[in-house]
Ligand binder design. Structure first.
Ligand code: AMP
Ligand code: MG
Length: 405
């Protein structure tokens, strides 16, 4: 097979445009609310119930008519105690003039009452309760619908569900929620790769990319579908690509994109579909092949773990978010001062850095290193035409999203 040399690298601008022009089909599927964090809402969520759907006591104490206890400012007022109204039940009592009902926090307020006097401000007497403070109307209670009205729009289509939203979904009685998703297949390639957990033979390394891509895809709110490790064997590889293309909406592979004798990703995509780009003027992550097979986009990422993750971060994260209808990633930028010279090349570089206060240190070992990104807080962008950034230069650090959370 002829070697494919990466001659015509796509500029960063053209690469961004290329990925912006790719559409990935999506699906709507229900998901249990406790598993829905990070997911993108497929529909507006409108509450079918008021929360709470009854007027509710905020304190343990006595439900009263506030007008009856006005004079307690000067002298305690004795009210007739009708009984106790527990939580989780409709009150059996109605509070009339100079009457009170004992209530517990979270319990319904009996009809007739408009306030709760805290138990600490009372004294129990034979058949009566002595109220020692005045309360105003609505004190220590909330009305039905105070939190959420019936028919209220609580969450918007396209927004992402995080921990706090899960509680809201539960509060309005939803067990499952419809999310927009896509299946993203992951194939790792290489004779040297071993599944983590298995013993490592000579010359072998563990497969990082399947797992870091799985986590990245999940973090975007999509469904990752791992196809495991495929050996550097054209037949095996061709079969894995066929399976993933048939079953997924987007396929990511890693490895075999360089110009080595086993690097047949380009040829496979060219043979089965259409190559849209081979080689990006991007660092780390030059050897990328993007293509379409049977209308399914396929992106062959570099094998180097740092490269594959940075290419994902720069091009695939925005693509997946956009196709899911989720907000675009918001980049948080902090200013800092570079503490060492950073040499770049002629490609647009996202150079991983570590922050200590406003001091910026290079976290970049090589693109072959997985710890580069784990040790970094973010990156600085070095345009293609800038060959180096000197120590002492003011730089803008783009924080990784999970650093901002
Ligand atoms: P390749 O593009 O297949 O030549 O791979 C480039 C480099 O990345 C080689 O050093 C591979 O061993 C390494 N590599 C490829 N795939 C993975 C992977 N899934 N996990 C960790 N390293 C990998
Ligand atoms: Mg390889």
């Amino acid at each position: 097979m002829p070697r494919k040399i990466l001659h015509d690298l796509l500029s960063i601008e053209d690469a961004r445009k290329l990925f912006e022009g790719i559409d990935v089909r999506t699906h709507v599927r229900p998901i249990e609310i406790e598993r829905s964090t990070g997911r993108v809402l497929a529909e507006d969520i409108v509450s079918a119930t008021a929360v709470p759907n009854f007027p509710k006591a905020l304190k343990d104490g006595y439900a009263v008519r506030s007008e009856d206890v006005l004079s307690a400012i000067e002298k305690p007022v004795s009210l007739k105690l009708l009984g106790f109204s527990p939580v989780g039940q409709l009150p059996k009592y109605r509070v009339g003039e100079m009457e009170a009902v004992e209530v517990a926090t979270g319990g319904p307020i009996p009809e007739g009452a408009d306030a709760v006097v805290m138990v600490e401000d009372t004294e129990l007497q034979e058949g009566n309760v002595l109220i020692k403070v005045a309360v105003s109307a609505d004190e220590n209670l909330i009305h039905a619908g105070f939190d959420i009205h019936e028919d209220e729009l609580v969450l918007r289509k396209g927004s992402r569900i995080w921990v706090r939203e899960v509680g809201v979904l539960a509060a309005i009685g939803m067990r499952n929620v419809d999310v927009r998703s896509m299946k993203v297949g992951i194939i790792s390639t290489g004779n040297e790769l071993t599944v983590p957990g298995e013993p490592l033979g000579p010359g072998k390394i563990y497969d990082c990319n399947s797992y870091s891509l799985y986590a990245s895809i999940t973090d975007c709110g999509a469904d990752a579908v791992p196809y495991g490790i495929v050996r550097d064997d054209r037949e095996a590889f061709s079969g894995a690509v066929d399976r993933a293309i048939a079953e997924c909406d987007l396929v990511l592979t890693s490895g075999s994109t360089s110009a080595g004798p086993d690097d047949f990703m380009f040829n496979i995509i060219e043979e089965k579909g259409k190559v849209l780009a081979h080689g990006l003027s991007f660092k780390p992550g030059k050897p990328v092949v993007a293509g379409i097979i049977n209308e399914i986009p396929i992106v062959a990422l570099p094998g180097n773990p740092t490269s594959s993750l940075m290419v994902f971060y720069e091009f695939l994260l925005p693509l997946i978010r956009r196709c899911l209808g989720a907000p675009a990633p918001v980049r948080q930028v902090v200013p800092g001062v570079l503490e060492e010279d950073v040499n770049s090349g002629s490609r647009h570089e996202l150079h991983a850095v570590r922050l200590e206060g406003n001091k910026v240190f290079s976290a970049s070992k090589t693109s072959a290193s997985i710890t580069t990104l784990a040790a970094a807080d973010g990156f600085i962008e070095i345009p293609a035409e800038v060959p180096m950034v000197s120590k002492g230069a003011g730089v803008e650090v783009v924080l990784f999203e999970d650093v901002c959370r």
